[in-house]
Structures are given as C-alpha cells and as structure tokens.
Design a protein around this ligand. Structure first.
Ligand code: ASP
Ligand code: MG
Length: 402
C-alpha cells in the first residue's frame, strides 16, 4: 500500500470524457491497494477565459475579486472528478481549500502556501479518495487566494509533504521531461531520471513541464516526483535526489525561452557605486535582473553596462533608468528580440570543456552570443531570437542528446 498524491493538469481534465478517464486511472490505483489524494487543475483554457471575463470589466480588475473568480476553475473539476469516482462505485469527496484549510500568505493572485491542516484528508483516506483543487488557498483573514499560474503543482507537492506521501505523480499531456522541446525538435529524447537541481534549472529556463517553485519545494523536502502522461501507459520521468543518478553525459537537456530583453547603458562612469546606483531602484521596483556584463573601459573614465531582464519589465525598467538623477550615462539601448538558450546538466561539474564546446558549436552556426551566464550545472547565452531553434538543435547534437 502506498500513499500517493496524483496531480492532474488542465488538459488531463479538459473535458468530461477526460475526467472520466482520470477517474478510471484513480480507480485502478485504488484497486491496487493505494491511498489516493488527487489534486486537479481547472479545465484547459478555463483560467485564461476567466481572466478575460475580468478584463472585459477592467484591465486592472480588483485582485481580491480576481482570486474569487479564478478559484472557481479548480472547484468545477474537483467536484466533477469526485462525482465521476462515486459513479464508478469508488468513495470520494472533494473539499475547497478554505474548508481544509490551506493557508496562504502574500499578495492576491500570487500567494504562497504557508501551512495546511491535513487531518480531515488523512482521516478520509481510510475510506475513500480525497480530491483537492489545486491553485487555491485562503488567507489569514479568510479571503480566497490563488498561488500563481501553474500553481496546482505547488499544491500537490505541499500536500505530498504534509501527508508524508510516498510519491507525487504529475499527470500531464506529455509523457515526461524531454532533453529539449519535443514539439520543435523531433529528435528530443525522454529523460528517465533527473535530479531536482537539473529539473529546477530546466523549468526556470523555459521547459514548461512543471512549475519551478513546486520542484523547489519537492527538493527541499525530498519528495520524489514523477512526470507522466494521462493518455498513455508509458513510464514517465522520475525526479529525485542526484546521488541516485548516474551521469554518463555532461549535459542532460537544452532549454530555451523567449521572454527576456537586453538593455545597454553606454558611457557610464567607471567608479565605485555606479552599478549599485543602477540596480538599486530596479531592486526596489522588484525587477529581476538576470545577466550582467560590464565592459572593460575603453578610456579611463567610462564603461558600458549590459543586463537582461524579463521582457514584460522592459518599459518599466527604461522609465526608472531615465527618471533617476543618480544614474548618468550617454545612451540607453535595448533589444527585445532575443532568446535565452541554456544547457543544463549535473554532469557538467565533472566534465571539462563544456563551455568551449558550447561556444564552438554556436560559432560554427555563425550565431553571435550577446550575453552569458553560468552556474554549477547550467550555462545560458542570450542570442538573437531568430537563431533560437538553430542553436538548440546544434547544442542538442553536440552534447549527444539526439
Ligand atoms: N488553473 C491554474 C492555471 O491555469 C493553475 C494550474 O493549472 O496549475 O494557471
Ligand atoms: Mg497547469
């Protein structure tokens, strides 16, 4: 007997037929003797549709009310799934988050799970399948909250942790984590096992399989994850501690994203405190700076500083830099037609020459590198957006992932 948290994403519960199918998956788990907690997303597209409704009233629709609205998507699927199980003669019950409750802190539409009382669920598992809507929560003062787009993953992992579940399985529309985007690069291969660190890097660098904060929580509490398909029986990808993984390859995956922008300030004074003056107001405005490059001064007194931010923050960032008296520069330029391409692999730590091979490969394709950042297990470059797929293909081949 295992205690399992099964999370079903939006496409897995995207229609009545699919919800019936999910009920059958759960039924076989119950018949195999397992205790099941199912966490569900809203039907695919539902959350976006609800956001559109709110925006038809006001582009800046009240956030508290937006949470009340958005949480309904998950309420619908929870009830339908519990009902479908009952219809298959499997005892099942759903609870909304405030009934459990799942307590959250932080701002509306982007709250964080603080704690939850799992006693009701634990008690109920003795008799049936517990269904919990993902994504929603309740604040200390009793308001409905949501925990950010894709947040059902985080709900599932948090429940797995608090219930001390044996596994947390993420059912989705792909059958696992791939070495790169299989929709764009057909030679991509499914990864059988991957470490939390690598998965974390891949998901924050553009692979859309799992929400990265959920992976982070799983890593913190050592909760084994498995990403698998609702629509096939094939084995998925297991995500766990890296000590259990054998690395024969230096690179595990190639990720890309197109949501960055690059800003360059030229003619910045080259003296202590200048960089701090630039980044302090950005920090205050909660703008995340990713890569930073400072050129060596061509003359004694001035230099250029280039950095990357999220594309959505571009105009805000430019306004801040232009309005600030403490920041002196000659010119400000930006480029938002860039993409970030990254290689990720825990095997990189012990393999020399990975950096060189990446740069050589890009050079052979005549792709110019605009910025670089590295960590122990990843190497990212910013390049012109039009070269994205060419770069990904090349790196996938060079690092023997095809
Ligand atoms: N329904 C929410 C969203 O679309 C949460 C989720 O699916 O995980 O973002
Ligand atoms: Mg989702």
């Amino acid at each position: 007997m295992k205690k399992k948290v099964l999370k079903f994403g939006g496409t897995s519960v995207g229609s009545i037929d699919r919800i019936q199918h999910v009920a059958n998956i759960i039924k076989s788990e119950v018949e195999a003797g397992n205790k099941i907690i199912a966490v569900v997303s809203a039907m695919a597209g539902k959350t976006n549709e609800l956001i559109e409704y709110s925006q038809a009233i006001d582009k800046n629709f009240d956030k508290r009310e937006l949470d009340v609205l958005l949480s309904t998507g998950e309420q619908v699927t929870s009830s339908l799934l519990a009902g479908a199980l009952v219809n298959l003669n499997i005892k099942s019950k759903s609870w909304l988050n405030w009934q459990i409750p799942i307590l959250t802190e932080g701002e509306h539409t982007n709250a964080r799970i603080l704690n939850m009382n799992v006693s009701k669920i634990n008690q109920y598992l003795k008799e049936g399948v517990a269904i919990v809507p993902g994504f929603q929560g309740v604040s200390k003062i009793g308001d409905i909250t949501t925990i950010g787009r894709g947040g059902s993953d985080a709900t599932a992992v948090a429940i797995a942790k608090l219930l001390n579940a044996d596994t947390c399985e993420i059912y989705t529309d792909v059958d696992g984590v791939y070495s790169t985007d299989p929709n764009k690069i057909p030679v991509a291969k499914k990864i059988e096992k991957i470490s939390y660190d690598e998965m974390l890097e891949l998901s924050s660098l553009g692979a859309k399989v799992m929400q990265s904060s959920a992976v982070q929580t799983a890593m913190m509490y050592d909760i084994p994850l498995e990403v698998r398909s609702t629509f096939t029986n094939r084995k998925g990808t297991k995500i766990f501690d890296q000590q259990e993984i054998d690395y024969s390859k230096s690179v595990t995956g190639v990720a890309y994203s197109k949501d960055d922008a690059k800003i360059t300030l030229t003619g910045v004074e080259d003296k202590p405190g200048v960089a701090a003056n630039i980044f302090e107001p950005l920090n205050k405005a909660q703008i995340n700076v990713d890569m930073v490059i400072q050129n060596i001064s061509s003359d004694q007194n001035t230099t250029d500083i280039t950095f990357t931010i999220k594309r959505d923050d571009l105009s805000k960032t430019k306004d801040i830099l232009k309005d600030n008296q403490n920041i002196v520069y000659k010119e400000i330029t930006h480029n938002d037609k860039v993409s970030k391409v990254s290689i990720v692999g825990a095997g990189m730590v012990s393999t020399p020459g990975v950096t060189y091979r990446m740069f050589r490969g890009l050079a052979d394709e005549k792709i110019n590198i605009l910025a670089i950042s590295t960590s122990e297990i990843k190497l990212s470059v910013i390049i012109n957006e039009e070269n994205t797929l060419k770069a990904v293909k090349k790196l996938h081949t060079i690092f023997e992932l095809d």
